[in-house]
Ligand binder design. Sequence first.
Ligand code: NAD
Length: 509
Amino acid sequence: NLKIPAVMHIDSKACHAAADAAASKLETRLFIDGAYVDAADGDRFTVINPATGAPVAEMHAGNEKDIDRAVAAALKAFKSGVWSKMEPRTRMEVLYRFADLVEANTHELAVLDTLAMGKPISDMLETDVPAVAQCIRFMAECIDKIDGRVTNTAADVMHFVIREPYGVVGAISPWNYPMLMAAWQFAPALAAGNSVVLNPAEEAPLSCIRLAELFVEAGGPAGVFNVVNGIGEVAGQALARHNDVAKISFTGSTEVGKLMLVYAGQSNMKRVSLECGGKSPQIFMADLGDLDAAVEAAIGGIFSNMGEVCSASSRLLVDRKIHDDFIAKFRASGEAAFTPGDPLDPDTTMGPLVTKQAQSRVLTYIDKGKKEGATLAFGGAVPPGLESGAFVSPTLFTDVANTMTIAREEIFGPVASVIPFDGVEEALAIANDTIYVLGAGVWTRDLDTAMRMVKGLESGRVWVNTYDAGDMTQPFGGVKQSGNAKDNCMDSVKSYLQEKSAWIQLSDD
Ligand code: NAD
């Protein structure tokens, strides 16, 4: 029993005990056709706890044969209609029970991801797991709210458009919010009546297999939700190239996202939805009013989740008129706001990066920043005493030009860059000078400036006087090379449905 007391009362000892209990009975196999199964060829991969460097589990590594098996099970379930033709209300009830079970297993699910990718346990308990349950419930609610349409045609014609599920949806998810990013894919896909084969990122493979098991426990039919862990280049690629997969939903880097388009083109022209990288700007105008609130948003926007957030505001564009005050405040509170430490301690706000490789990638970017002439204001190193993990201190660069590598490439770590500007036009030019953009923030008390920014920013979302706020009703997705998908909101369920039109000639008599 992994139950530990409610969030408000947990302590580090209880979290470590829950993690030890979870680790002692880890499920390492694949989840196919409603049951745990061994990987076909006996391949394995090791999950390393990035906070300690210690191995956590030897996971079964699925390959092409396992993907074949999972897709076959998913297709069979789809064609049988056991889920795809289930009464909408009944499908909703299954998903509601699924969400309840996620909540009932909060603590176990939370420690699984903390062990694998180092996210602070309090973030898992307060944000990730509740958000997964919320996402499943929201998508369930959409099921009987989505309808087709009847168009205005001649009197002797009846024309209508209906929406139907695609069939088998393949989902490839990242490790930064292991269950939540997967839920943004599988929940709308399932709500729409598809069957799903999910290949989670190999860095965080412990939790999604449990989610698939909970779906079945909730009454979800076998074969509808399958999870095949494995190396992306092997299992993910086999999934994205599979001819019986009708749509692939990918969340991850822009580089791998582009491969999805290639795989689709080289196989069956499956539909491809992409949620990829970012280099989001947050713009601080001279008239922003509450500098404390703005600086707090700047700090949270880049240091939360160790900076491993696709919409992290890694570029802080600051009007020269408030530049020095802004930096003074950021320096005063930014360094201490997120202190790296044991992610299983509920007081820890910053865990390690996901792997030692990620740590060295981020440290290389920090070196480049210094070499290219930016000023390191604080951080930039491995925090003392935490050398065995993949930790990097919260880092602030000032005097950054938008042409520098640290301003152009996605670092995916706790590294903020302050870029000065003069006035709205220059801010917009710098903000839009990127191949990405998922989100953008602007801080101003002036309505005209706010509206010019909202209209002028090339971004999937714009926040005004806040950052990273939103709920399930707000579409989440990027423009340019950040992708083409829209997660959350009713549109995401619609994106897992294809339209069919029926033109019916009526007789005269
Ligand atoms: P990644 O691209 O390395 O991996 C993403 C997924 O693709 C993983 O499951 C991986 O196993 C798989 N994969 C890797 N190579 C593959 C291949 N050749 N064929 C098929 N699958 C393959 O990304 P990551 O490191 O897991 O995640 C970080 C990235 O994800 C960042 O760029 C981040 O911005 C992005 N991200 C975007 C969003 C969004 O909503 N736009 C959300 C979270 C993360």
